[in-house]
Design a protein around this ligand. Structure first.
Ligand code: DC
Length: 227
């Protein structure tokens, strides 16, 4: 029996295009959008700002528990935490280097998952991350596992970096991606895995808009009609 799709979970490895595609899909459907990676980055930034060691899971958990993260815009390019508002800081190298460590702390995950579920309560949301279909919203109406080969993801990330004036080396970008894949999929808490009922979408050779179209059609199929 078909039913309206209200909650969409998109998971996948680093640089699979989850954020761009998820955001476009959400705006086409008139849904909210939440990139949960931004929340892990925000807690990492705050921990570094407060000189909390990123290996102190208990202190990190307390911090995450006490911090309400508010997204200033849908894309999550700015977030508010108490008196702090941060944006570009979330992509700083020191945040990049420490976020995997912070994200493996179960104390942090518990606190953030609670906030994520609360945000999804009203429905009509596209949520992206690593554990949305498996842990955060196991009852999501549509689950997508979005991926591409490491080489394709590295190529896209490298082109993106070039366009922003960086002279980074492709081999280095590929190595970083493979390392992040390893960390995300081997950690003991909520490792990156495809939910059993997720649709696998491999985007090698597809343009961004083709992927959005594909996902939009999946939504339509699931609910008969949604426009
Ligand atoms: O998607 P991203 O690169 O912005 O994610 C930043 C980090 O947070 C990355 O190490 C994976 C982690 N993460 C997570 O563990 N669970 C999520 N739901 C989202 C991100």
């Amino acid at each position: 029996m078909s039913h309206p799709v209200k909650v969409i979970a998109i998971d996948g490895p680093v640089a699979a295009g989850k954020t761009v595609v998820g955001l476009k899909l959400a705006s086409r459907l008139g849904f909210q959008f939440l990139d949960t990676g931004v929340m892990y980055r925000a807690i990492t930034w705050l921990a570094l700002h407060q000189s909390i060691p990123v290996i102190d899971n208990v202190a990190l958990g307390r911090l995450a528990q006490q911090t309400t993260i508010t997204l200033v815009d849908q894309a999550g390019s700015q977030v508010k935490m108490g008196e702090h508002q941060v944006g570009r800081e979330l992509r700083e190298p020191r945040v990049e280097q420490n976020v995997s460590q912070v994200a493996q702390a179960s104390e942090v995950r518990q606190a953030l998952v609670q906030q994520q579920r609360k945000l999804a309560q009203e429905g009509k949301i596209v949520m992206v991350g690593r554990d949305i279909g498996t842990v955060v919203l196991p009852g999501a109406d549509l689950k997508v596992f979005l991926t591409a080969s490491p080489e394709e993801r590295a190529r896209r990330r490298w082109l993106d970096l070039q366009a922003r004036g960086s002279s980074s080396d492709y081999q280095q970008v590929l190595q970083d991606i493979e390392w992040r894949d390893h960390l995300d999929s081997t950690r003991s808490n909520s490792p990156l895995t495809q939910a059993r009922d997720a649709v696998l979408v491999t985007t090698d050779g597809l343009e961004e808009d083709q992927v959005v179209e594909l996902l939009f059609n999946l939504v339509r199929e699931r609910c008969g009609r949604q426009e």
